[in-house]
Design a protein around this ligand. Structure first.
Ligand SMILES: C[S@@+](CC[C@H](N)C(=O)[O-])C[C@H]1O[C@@H](n2cnc3c(N)ncnc32)[C@H](O)[C@@H]1O
Ligand SMILES: [Mg+2]
Length: 372
């Protein structure tokens, strides 16, 4: 039979499998064990349900190679999202208990277990299912029955593999662990066998374990007292609108943008109106030089929005267009950020120029408007 190759490559199919599972179950806290160069973590950081993402690997060097890809991007500071996200990388062994991984919804171990020494593999079920006890565990490992179909594989697929299991071996290990620690397990995989070799099964075999009991807060609290053995080598706290500092920054930016947009609209409409009414001579030297005088000279009552009588419509006062806060608060994006008018006032006070009565944002009418 022809050697089998995969499109997309098998490692990408494994990552996609995990990502789809995350999108289906919406876990908030996800950890990846044996995270290596953090490729799966990078893919998972875009899953909107995740607020806490952690990676563990025995090798600090391999994690450090690409851990910078897990840092927030400049655009994430410019336009923070509502979601909070903290990504942490730990150096340590999955054969050791560390309280940092308690309380997780999902823990993934993609192509990890076959790299564990016999002693580590023996300790691993107690650590992951007994101690960390996440709601869901995903474990993938090579299916040795598929090896004869792969090009250039003699004994194992990788020099560092300590073993490779056939379907029966993996299933009996998984079923024993599930039974011992109160989980149920289902088997699936990625990398379909070619037609005629269906009995071989998937190239990568996967066990999905689901905890079948509820862990009490007291038990978690007690486990939290265990000594920390992992070393934190990276931590990124993403900017989030749940943090008042970023929320205020977003509100001030939005309010200034909207107030300037309203002023610009008024200027354009006043200009158009005046231009239509101007004599031919006046139109020749258009626009007028002094825009403050011009704004005032305009028939303000002719523009509904310029009517000073209404507290919800913009008006001209001294050298500024005043945009009432109520007007700004009626803009969906502002409302979405502030929730109440009181919050809007609190967020912009001291950051944005307000009218004497504190009810309007003032946007100066500058000479440059004359060219607008
Ligand atoms: C084949 S790589 C896994 C790659 C990664 N999960 C992926 O799918 O792209 C196995 C990783 O397990 C790590 N590893 C081996 N023994 C470990 C242990 N006892 N504890 C934690 N990580 C371990 C290795 O350093 C290596 O990065
Ligand atoms: Mg491997």
């Amino acid at each position: 039979m022809e050697p089998v190759t995969f499109t997309p490559p098998l490692y990408k199919q494994r990552y996609q499998f995990v990502k789809s599972l995350v999108e289906k179950h919406n876990p908030k806290k996800v950890a990846d064990l044996g995270c290596s160069e953090c490729s799966l973590l990078w893919k998972l950081k875009f899953c909107s349900s995740i607020e806490v993402l952690a990676g563990v690997d025995i090798s600090e060097d391999v994690m450090k190679e690409k851990m910078h890809t897990l840092s927030p991007l400049p655009c994430e500071y410019l336009q923070p999202s509502w979601r909070s996200l903290v990504i942490t990388l730990y150096q340590g062994s999955v054969a050791e208990k560390d309280p940092n991984l308690l309380g997780f919804d999902m823990i993934t171990c993609i192509e990890l277990i076959e790299h564990l020494e016999a002693k580590e593999l023996a300790a691993f079920p107690e650590v992951i299912f007994g101690f960390w006890a996440p709601i869901m565990v995903v474990i993938s490992t090579p299916n040795s029955e598929f090896n004869s179909l792969l090009p250039g594989v003699s004994l194992f697929r990788h020099l560092d593999h300590k073993f490779e299991w056939n379907k029966k071996e993996f299933e009996s290990w998984a079923l024993e662990a599930a039974d011992c620690y109160g989980y149920t397990v289902e088997f699936t995989g990625v990398g379909k066998p070619p037609p005629g070799a269906e009995s071989v099964g998937y190239c990568t075999q996967i066990g999905i374990f689901v905890r079948n009991y509820v862990e009490t807060a007291e038990i978690v609290k007690h486990k939290m007292t265990t000594n920390h053995v992992y070393k934190t080598i990276f931590k990124a706290v993403y900017p989030s609108l749940q943090d008042e500092k970023y929320l205020q920054y977003a509100v001030v930016n939005e309010v200034l943008y909207q107030a300037h947009r309203i002023k610009r609209r008024l200027w354009d409409s006043a200009k158009k109106n005046e231009h239509n009414q101007a004599t031919e001579e006046e139109q020749r030297c258009w626009p007028p030089e002094n825009c403050v005088t011009f704004f005032k000279k305009c028939d303000l009552r002719g523009h509904k929005e310029l009517a000073q009588s209404s507290r919800t419509e913009p008006f001209v006062q001294d050298n500024a267009v005043c945009v009432p806060l109520e007007k700004l608060f009626s803009i969906p994006r502002v409302k979405q950020l502030c929730d109440t008018l009181g919050t809007l006032i609190k967020m912009i006070t001291g950051k944005v120029a307000l009218s004497v009565d504190g009810c309007s944002v003032m946007v100066r009418i500058d000479d440059e408007d004359g060219n607008g």
